[in-house]
Write a protein that binds this ligand. Structure first.
Ligand code: ARG
Length: 458
């Protein structure tokens, strides 16, 4: 039995049924569907559409259905078109004809939008928690790896020395923005569509503000046409997740590079790496490669759904049914990705000696230019002079710190014997102590902020 059989003489074709039905995907809204119906039944009773007796029967039946879902004993039937039809069909089996009164003034259009928003509100909450847990890993690593120095790279070329803790925290802030974006999205998700009917609103005197309160929505959708059409919240969560996926991908790429034999800064723990079926020596960063690779899918889900939305003329169209598969898929992807990446980062082994071996003299070229600036040379000119020193070092095949003083002096008279003190990673790092820099002092302050955000005590 479908919810719409009356006007048809013949039964729907099986292939058409197959395409049309969405139960396989939207059964995940079971809990929300029952919650929404319980609240709707109450609103109908308050509006005097249901009498006390009908209301009691309906709510008792719905609670029974809720229990069946919880216990896993709810039986879906082949004729259930979607989760809404399944719940209504079961209610009829349990309480008989008064089940038919529940759908008064309601359409599946406002019903599904309500259910899915309820689901998304919970999902956002869980995504925020997952990203928080990842942030705590960065905070912990920044604490425990304090004092380790490595080259900071720009253009994948050695640039300037940095604290590893500073590098960990760089990732912390990217996920902080993801969390904030999700929290902002939550405000626009927490808007009640129920009471909008199919498109024009409902004829019954429903107190929608009360209904919103009952279901925990912050606001009530002010336009019934928009309420059944609006899937911005889906696109927004997909975007939040896609961008977080890009952050995960960039982090993964860095870890893959740093754990290659060529860099050798990190070694993956056995418990979070995989081997090769052919080459016995291999220890592969598969998890991080998946961290990088899955972002492609997350971006694809966003683009796909935006494309679905762009051509829809008004209100509800069945195209919108595609929203659930997209969001469930994105959500599930993050749910499997994050715990594994979290563990892999927590257990990552460091090779500090490989990191300090990579701190060649070229990394102090900026410090040498700053040295001249402090002695009155305009920065542009200082940059040029140090560039010449780099050229000399390269030509003679020696390190910048081994270029004889005589030669520095020939370049410019502002060079003094003490110039060689710039070739010291700690000096270089400690001097960058303005807020946001890599000096231990500044990183400590950053860490304090990060801990505060994660509600971690000192
Ligand atoms: N399964 C549908 C969906 O997910 C429910 C709404 C159907 N509404 C309708 N008028 N056919 O969008």
């Amino acid at each position: 039995m479908t919810l719409w059989g009356g006007r048809f003489e013949k039964k729907i074709n099986p292939d058409a049924w197959q395409l049309n039905s969405s139960l396989e995907v939207d059964h995940r809204l079971a809990e929300e569907d029952v919650r929404g119906s319980l609240a709707w039944a109450k609103a109908l009773r308050d509006a005097k559409v249901l009498d006390e007796n009908d209301y009691k029967q309906i709510s008792t039946g719905l609670l029974q259905i809720q229990k069946e879902f919880e216990e896993g004993s709810f039986e879906f039937l082949e004729n259930d078109e979607d989760i809404h039809s399944a719940v209504e069909r079961r209610l009829g089996q349990l309480i008989g004809s008064s089940a038919g009164k529940l759908h008064s003034g309601r359409s599946r259009n406002d019903q599904v939008a309500t259910d899915f928003r309820l689901w998304a509100i919970r999902a956002i909450d869980q995504l925020v928690n997952l990203f928080r847990e990842l942030q705590v890993v960065f905070v912990d690593r920044a604490e425990s790896d304090f004092g380790v120095i490595l080259p900071g790279y720009t253009h994948t070329q050695r640039a300037q020395p940095i604290l590893l803790s500073h590098w960990w925290l760089a990732h912390f802030w990217a996920f902080q923005r993801d969390i904030e974006r999700l929290q902002e999205t939550l405000q626009r998700t927490s808007v009640l569509p129920l009471g909008s009917g199919a498109v024009a609103g409902t004829t019954f005197p429903i107190d929608r503000a009360e209904l919103a309160k009952e279901l925990g929505f912050e606001k009530v959708a002010p336009n019934s046409i928009d309420a059944v059409a609006d899937r911005d919240f889906v696109a927004e969560v997909l975007f939040c997740v896609a961008l977080a996926g890009v952050h995960l991908s960039r982090l993964s790429e860095a870890v893959i590079l740093f754990s290659s034999t060529e860099f050798g800064f990190f070694t993956l723990d056995d418990t979070f790496s995989t081997g090769s079926s052919l080459m016995p020596q291999k220890k592969n960063p598969d998890l991080f490669e998946l961290g990088r690779g899955k972002s492609g899918k997350l971006i694809g889900l966003l683009c796909g759904f935006m494309t679905t939305l762009k051509g829809l003329p008004s209100a509800y169209d069945k195209d919108l049914q595609e929203d659930k598969a997209a969001l469930f898929n994105a959500y599930d992807t993050i749910r499997t990705l994050l715990p594994a990446l979290k563990g892999a980062l927590q257990t990552l082994h460091l090779n500090p000696e490989r990191m300090s071996a990579a701190l060649d003299d070229s990394l102090f070229a900026t410090d040498l230019a700053d040295y001249l600036v402090e002695r009155g040379v305009p920065f542009r000119h200082a940059h040029e002079l140090v560039g010449q020193a780099v050229r000399i070092a390269e030509k003679e095949g020696i390190h910048l710190s081994k270029v004889p003083f005589q030669q520095y002096r020939e370049l410019d008279e502002h060079f003094e014997e003490d110039l060689y003190q710039v070739f010291n990673p700690w000096r270089s790092i400690e001097r960058r102590n303005a807020f946001g820099g890599t000096a231990p002092e500044a990183v400590r302050e950053q860490l304090r902020l990060a801990r505060q955000i994660c509600s971690l005590t000192e």
